[in-house]
Design a binder for this molecule. Structure first.
Ligand code: URA
Ligand code: SF4
Length: 188
């Protein structure tokens, strides 16, 4: 565990802890406010993210930005990261060993950011952060308290591109986050 962002960023530089290092262009570490109250966790970089080195800058990211804008959440006020920092081939779901190898970085990011709320974007984030037996279909839209952190599981923004009804639910879930943040005077 590293106590500073500088040390953590240095440690991940050129990481070869799992086989995803072979196909990457850039490590996609994370972006946003390093002392955010709200953190968003996705799955892993896609092609656009791999090319630009920043999470959620492709189609799914643009959809998320739209929701942020509509709800009055500023991208620069929250922190955004992924379960794995390198792009899985053909955007497949990260395998167990890959998520496991990368998890220390994310854990360290959470410890340094100290968010009050973590939004889990999709099944991969939910299962890897909380537990394997959880289901995004069953649990999205419901707060889960664990330790000092409140978790809100919701759909992965890429799922919204395929299903309109999920878009409405995604907005509802983020509205719960926004309302909670406002009530508790958290940065949005
Ligand atoms: N999907 C993710 O899970 N993360 C990104 O950064 C982009 C797309
Ligand atoms: Fe290292 Fe994570 Fe990239 Fe695997 S995905 S090589 S653990 S940074």
């Amino acid at each position: 565990m590293y106590n500073t962002w500088e040390e953590l960023e240095k440690a991940i530089n050129n990481c070869q802890k799992c086989k995803l290092c072979n196909g990457r262009t850039n490590i996609v570490f994370g972006v946003g406010n390093k002392s955010a109250d709200i953190m968003f966790i996705g799955e892993g970089p896609g092609a656009d993210e791999d090319r630009l080195g920043e999470p959620f800058v492709g189609k799914a990211g643009q959809l998320m930005n739209k929701a942020f804008f509509g709800l009055g959440i500023k991208r620069e006020n929250v922190y955004i990261a992924n379960i794995v920092k390198c792009r899985p081939p053909q955007n497949r779901v990260p395998e167990k060993d890959e998520a496991f190898a990368c998890m220390d970085y994310l854990r360290n990011q959470v410890i340094l950011v100290k968010p009050k709320i973590i939004v889990l974007l999709g099944s991969t984030a939910l299962k890897n952060i909380l537990s394997e037996d959880r289901s995004i279909t069953r649990e999205r839209g419901n707060w889960i308290k664990s330790g000092d952190i409140l978790y809100m599981p919701t759909w992965h923004p890429a799922a919204l591109l395929r299903d309109e009804t999920k878009k409405i639910q995604f907005w509802k879930d983020l509205k719960l986050v926004k309302d909670k943040a406002q009530k508790e005077s958290l940065k949005t």
